[in-house]
Design a protein around this ligand. Structure first.
Ligand SMILES: Cc1cc2nc3c(=O)[nH]c(=O)nc-3n(C[C@H](O)[C@H](O)[C@H](O)COP(=O)(O)OP(=O)(O)OC[C@H]3O[C@@H](n4cnc5c(N)ncnc54)[C@H](O)[C@@H]3O)c2cc1C
Length: 406
């Protein structure tokens, strides 16, 4: 049985970045950590559960975090900067515009396509000597003991570790087995995503538009494409998914308008049912949950992975501190630290709960407010946008949040 310091179940965005970040840490005796990533989907699959056709917006803070982890260079040629954000409500005057130069930033955030980013991360995971990437491999069972966790993969391979990290997404088997308290909600919405081509150049501007059908975002991508995320009722999503390309483009144009001229083409459309799934205290004996395994958010504010990345950074910092703190056992100084110690994991978990809870509240509140055609709500929304547009400090707060700051 192979023994590791940390086993990460799930090599999506959160698991892959955590493994690459942890690989730089060392025990007191200079030995690098031994890390294993178990991932059941091969990275080149176009329908990979973690690295599919989705494009996501990384906040300015996530950019900084990836720079610090030495991972930005790996993907820098795959990102498109967001220089401005425009927020509008269909049929109303209220409008908010935010510009990177107002905050002395090169960009408010960056858009990345997950599929090519996933391929880059996998190449890197395969090259680092202290990471074992088991892929394709599926974790089938695991058991907690006082001093370790033992795991078994579906192919019979057995491993053990000090710390098990559940980075296995919203259907996490680690979370299911722990049976921790969770908050769940079906938003009764689906997100349709597609890459679209427009007549006019986006010039690095992201659009968030609240329409009668639901919130719609267009994020700037390479080759003058924009990434569409359109949240609609399940019934409406079926209609939109069944349309031919021409009818779909017409429907989109009606909702989005002509800010980018004519919307001329769309790529493959994919549909995601939207749920909230939040584990209230995502840690346990020798186990922590990160990323979507701990919190699945509504994509309305584009914050799911940004929050997951803050989990990753906080966990790396907590483990790094533990590795630097001298540990004494029976009067003897130890050369290694117990990375699965409950006190450590609880410290990590406590440091994350407020951020997680706050973002769940913000995204759920926004999803409710902006997916409702009630005239009163719609009026207050419009008044809200006008107030934000007029009030510099409120606008700064909104921009600050979009950049990932609290
Ligand atoms: C439409 C949409 C738009 C979004 N836009 C944004 C955005 O703009 N900004 C943003 O920050 N976030 C956004 N998000 C959220 C973001 O995509 C996710 O938060 C992020 O990709 C989740 O990464 P993860 O690694 O936590 O989980 P996942 O991507 O779900 O990865 C989990 C991995 O675990 C593996 N796995 C699962 N079970 C097992 C097992 N038993 N054994 C082995 N492997 C296993 C899976 O194969 C998968 O690779 C968006 C999401 C959606 C749906």
């Amino acid at each position: 049985m192979s023994h590791y310091d940390v086993v990460i179940n799930g090599g999506g965005m959160a698991g892959a970045v955590l493994a690459l970040g942890l690989s730089q840490l060392k025990h007191k005796n200079g030995q690098p950590l031994r890390i294993c990533v178990i991932e059941h989907a091969s990275p080149n699959l176009s329908d990979h559960p973690g690295f599919d056709a989705r494009s996501i917006a990384l906040s300015a803070d996530s950019h900084q975090a990836l720079v610090k982890l030495d991972l930005w260079e790996l993907i820098a040629d795959l990102v498109s900067p967001i220089h401005a954000i425009q927020v509008t409500d269909q049929g109303h005057l209220g409008q908010v515009n935010m510009y990177a130069h107002d905050y002395a930033l090169a960009a408010l955030g960056y858009v990345v396509e997950l599929h090519p980013v996933g391929l880059r991360f996998y190449q890197q995971l395969q090259q680092i000597p202290n990471i074992d990437l088991l892929c394709p491999a599926t974790l089938s069972s695991w058991q907690q003991y006082p001093d370790k966790v033992e795991l078994q993969c579906a192919n019979g391979q057995r491993l053990s570790c000090q710390l098990l990290v559940g980075a296995d997404g919203s259907h996490s088997m680690i979370a299911q087995q722990l049976n921790l308290e969770r908050r769940a909600l079906d938003y009764q919405q689906n997100a349709i995503i597609a890459n679209v081509q427009t007549q006019l150049a986006h010039q690095g501007r992201a659009y968030e538009r609240f329409t009668s059908q639901g919130p719609l975002a267009l994020l700037p991508m390479s080759q003058q494409r924009s990434a569409l995320v359109w949240c609609v009722s399940p019934k409406q999503s079926k209609v939109l998914m069944d349309m031919n390309e021409r009818d779909f483009l017409d429907a989109l144009q009606r909702e989005f308008g002509y800010r980018l001229g004519k919307i001329t083409r769309t790529g493959l459309r994919t549909c995601y049912p939207l749920h909230l799934n939040e584990v209230v205290r995502p840690w346990h004996h020798r186990v922590v949950l990160i990323g979507n395994a701990a919190h699945l958010l509504h994509p309305i504010a584009g914050q799911g992975f940004n929050l997951g990345l803050r989990d990753v950074v906080a966990l790396i910092e907590t483990l790094k501190e533990a590795l630097m703190t001298p540990q004494v056992n029976d009067g003897q100084r130890e050369n290694t630290s117990d990375l699965g110690a409950y006190s450590l994991l609880s410290r990590y978990g406590q440091s994350r709960v407020d951020d997680q809870r706050e973002l769940v509240a913000i995204t759920s509140g926004l999803a409710l407010l902006f997916s409702n055609s009630d005239p009163l709500l719609s009026m207050s929304r419009n008044a809200g946008l006008m107030t934000v547009a007029a009030c510099r400090s409120l606008k700064s707060k909104l921009a600050w949040r979009a950049m990932g700051k609290r």
